[in-house]
Structures are given as C-alpha cells and as structure tokens.
Design a protein around this ligand. Structure first.
Ligand code: PML
Ligand code: MG
Length: 259
C-alpha cells in the first residue's frame, strides 16, 4: 500500500512545563496522512489536545514528516468486552488474562507493585518476562508507539459489523495494541487510561485478542498504565524501532469477522 506518499503526524501536549521538566502529560496523538489531508489531521490533533479532561495545555508540539517505507496492513485484534463491577474484580481478571497470555505470576506481581512509580511516564514501559526488570531505559518518556492509523471508513465498517462503539479512543487503543502484538517478542499489553473520566482498560495478546475490562481504576484517578510484557528481545533498539517507526495501517475485511 504505497501508491501515495504518506506522512506521520504527531501531537504531544503538556502543562506546567515551567514548573517541571516535561510538565504534566495532557494528550498525545498519531495520524498517518496524505499530503492533501495534513491540514485536517493537524486540526483533529489540535482539537483533541485543546479539549482534554486532563487539563488545559501550556505546551503543544505538532509535527509531520514523510514516511519513506512501505506501510504494512494488519487486521485488528479480535475484541471482547468483560463487564466487571469493581476495580478489584477488574484487576483479578487482568492478572488472569496476563497469566493466560504467558506472563509468569511473579512477574505480574512485580509489575503491579511498580505501576504507581510508572504513572507519570507518558509512553509505554517495556517489562521483561524473565527478569521482571524494566528494559526500555527511557526514564520519563517510556516508548511511544507511533506511525499507526486506521482509516475512518474502514473503522466504522468494523464497528457496524462487530457491534462496537464508534469511539476514537477505542480506535486508537485497538490500533496500538494490534501493532504491538504484531511483533513476536510481545507477550501481552496491559493498559488503562490516564484520563480521570475513563476507567475501562484492556489486556491484549495475539491469541487472546483485545480484552476490554470495564473497570481497571476508580473515576477521578489520573494514573494511567501502559506496559508491554516482552520476551526474547535480543536487540532492544530494533524492537523499539519497530514500535516507533514501522508504519502500519489497521485494515479490517468482511472475511475477518470470526477471526
Ligand atoms: C487511553 O485512553 O489512553 C487508553 C484507553 C484504553 C481503553 C479503550 C477501550 O475502551 O477499549
Ligand atoms: Mg490519556
């Protein structure tokens, strides 16, 4: 898929940047755009950051750059929604799903202990499933999954056929999880939002799919989580390069309905 030239458009917004290095993360966004669509893409990202429940940004960066690599098409992970009544039940279910994905129990325990420490990190944490150590060495930043998008028309077709909400949040999160799980070194992803008004999160794994869990934190809590449990990453820069730089479009076909 590369008849047309595509551009990666990225946004990052923060607040209190004068008080604290990097400030408080407000919002981030990723779009793959044709040249003629760049204005629309920038406007959509601007709107996202200016109307955010985490606050009013005092810093924003929107940048675009051309992509000189073919864009891989990947079909979205299968989605299931698990209704839970309490955060405790949500956590128990998330842990069981991580274990089912292949993350040892002691590593899950270790990761959960460290989650509060990671909550101000704006990207993802890479967690090795053997050592139980954080391996990204990216201090405050973590790793940002980039160069990923899902064209709206195809996403809406998918929502109609699969009875899913037409939510840009679900679209973005499912696109990220699908890209991350497309790499053989990813065992699972655990994620919930840092937005105080959104409590649904998920566990994703290539086989299990994207397992939404309706309560992984309390309303009002601004501590988010995005951990990639990884195995066999011998060449960390290559893995990180895949997450940050490999361009991927999510594309659903009618035939994918039961996969
Ligand atoms: C986020 O908002 O940063 C992550 C949202 C994760 C859950 C999205 C969903 O409802 O499936
Ligand atoms: Mg957020």
């Amino acid at each position: 898929m590369q008849e047309e030239e595509y551009y990666s458009v990225r946004m990052r917004a923060a607040k209190n940047t004068v008080l604290k290095k990097g400030g408080k993360h407000i919002s981030g966004g990723e779009v793959l755009s044709t040249y003629s669509n760049i204005k629309q893409s920038v406007n959509a990202l601007l709107e996202k950051a200016l109307t955010h429940s985490r606050g009013k940004p005092d810093f924003m960066q929107i940048q675009f750059e051309s992509i000189n690599e073919s864009i891989k098409l990947v079909k979205p992970l299968r989605v299931e929604t698990n209704e839970v009544e309490t955060v405790e039940n949500g956590k128990t279910l998330a842990r069981a799903m991580l274990e089912k994905s292949g993350v040892p129990k002691r590593i899950i325990d270790k990761a959960y202990k460290q989650i509060p420490e990671y909550s101000s990190i704006r990207g993802a944490i890479l967690f090795d499933i053997h050592s139980g150590e954080r391996i990204d060495n990216n201090s405050e930043k973590g790793v940002r999954v980039s160069r990923i998008d899902w064209l709206n028309a195809n996403f809406e077709k998918w929502t109609d056929e699969n009875n899913q909400p037409k939510s840009s949040r679900v679209k973005e999160a499912l696109a990220i999880a699908t890209k991350v799980c497309d790499h053989p070194s990813t065992i699972a992803e655990l994620c919930w939002s840092d937005d105080p008004d959104y409590v649904t999160g998920y566990v994703a794994n290539k086989k299990l799919g994207y397992q939404r869990i309706t309560r992984l934190k309390e309303y009002g809590d601004e501590q988010g989580c995005r951990i990639f449990f990884v195995d066999g990453v011998r060449d960390l820069p290559t893995y990180i390069n895949f997450l940050e730089k490999k361009p991927i479009f999510i594309k659903w076909e009618e035939d994918d309905i039961d996969t």
